[in-house]
Design a protein around this ligand. Sequence first.
Ligand SMILES: Cc1cc2nc3c(=O)[nH]c(=O)nc-3n(C[C@H](O)[C@H](O)[C@H](O)COP(=O)(O)OP(=O)(O)OC[C@H]3O[C@@H](n4cnc5c(N)ncnc54)[C@H](O)[C@@H]3O)c2cc1C
Length: 397
Amino acid sequence: MVRTQVAIVGAGPAGLLLGQLLHKEGIDTLLLERRSADYVAGRIRAGVLEPGTVSVLEKAGVAARLHAEGLVHGGVEIGFRGHRHRIDLQALTGRSVTVYGQTEVTRDLMDARAASGAPSVYEAEDVTLLEVTGPAPTVRYRHEGKVHEVACDFIAGCDGFHGVSRRTIPSASLSVYERVYPFGWLGVLADIPPPWEELIYANSDQGFALASMRSTTRVRCYVQCPLEDHIDQWSDERFWTEFRRRLGGEVAARVPDAPSIEKSIAPLRSFVAEPLKYGRLFLAGDAAHIVPPTGAKGLNLAASDVFYLSEALRDFYRASGAGQSGGEAERALDGYSVRALRRIWRAERFSWWMTRQLHQFPGDAFDGKLQHTELEYLFDSRAAQVSMAENYVGLPL
Ligand SMILES: Cc1cc2nc3c(=O)[nH]c(=O)nc-3n(C[C@H](O)[C@H](O)[C@H](O)COP(=O)(O)OP(=O)(O)OC[C@H]3O[C@@H](n4cnc5c(N)ncnc54)[C@H](O)[C@@H]3O)c2cc1C
């Protein structure tokens, strides 16, 4: 049996970033990931970073390439009824967001972990969490046909929505809040220079579309689609025709039929399981919560969770190292869930609000009228724009 201070389950952004933040504090970790390193490094997901996330990545020592290659955006646009309205994030809040793909964040974190020498096990099968409510939890897993056990002080469950960590907690000890939306997002990645300067969120009669980007040579575009659709029904030509129709105006005319290099359909869901601490097991990132991607919050919440968790673990080890009573050291850990959930619920509210205002919902004319009224109010009112902008750039950590 090997020993570590914190066993981290999952090498998504939450697990990798937590490992790096704890390494900076001199805390040992072992990272266990179900997939191969190549699979993790190649996964295409989010791409908009709040300034708070950038500062956490700086603290973790992994922001050099992000600063060199990330695109700083001082605004976003909302398309509605043939017009585009710019929300000037920089003027309204003094802050901007940075466009830098989750794939790049992951690569920077994997490189930093390899350079630090901290151990990682990829393709770890049947990860099982044992004795999580006792003083000495254990993680068992299978790798290359052999069973291994890790003794640790704590387990960080960073293994996403479908992971084992949340399922280890008895349902009586978790409260779950959930909303499933009646549509999905069909996403396409393509290698063309973006024909737009900033992200455009379009609410059209045909449904929502998002014109986004990952770099100066790569776009990421989405259209709202029925949940039961399959990507085989969406040729590249059909996707771009629909995307242009929803985006509208002169910008749509500049969008070519680019070949897709990735195409997928994701369901939209709001989900929170709380509290985030069960004995010596902590949940962080998508293991504990999901937001619909409309507010660009999923990756950012994973970063704020693990920032708070790294501070709680740092304070625990400092207090226990300084010979303070067990109770005092444990208290450092108890605050994590409360602190993280406060920010999680604010991001849940904002992501729900963005989703509500920008998509076509089936069948309710009253809700449709309210949606139009809400958007018109946003375009007319500086106060409403400040509210949207401060949530979009992210509330303070
Ligand atoms: C298809 C898709 C598209 C998205 N697009 C956007 C977007 O455009 N904008 C946005 O803001 N957010 C988006 N998100 C959300 C964002 O990517 C996530 O919020 C973010 O990845 C959360 O990071 P995480 O580390 O908590 O979880 P994850 O990234 O899910 O990482 C969890 C890790 O745990 C591993 N794991 C799972 N089970 C086990 C196990 N039993 N044992 C060991 N390891 C395990 C997984 O393989 C994975 O590597 C998207 C998510 C998805 C799924």
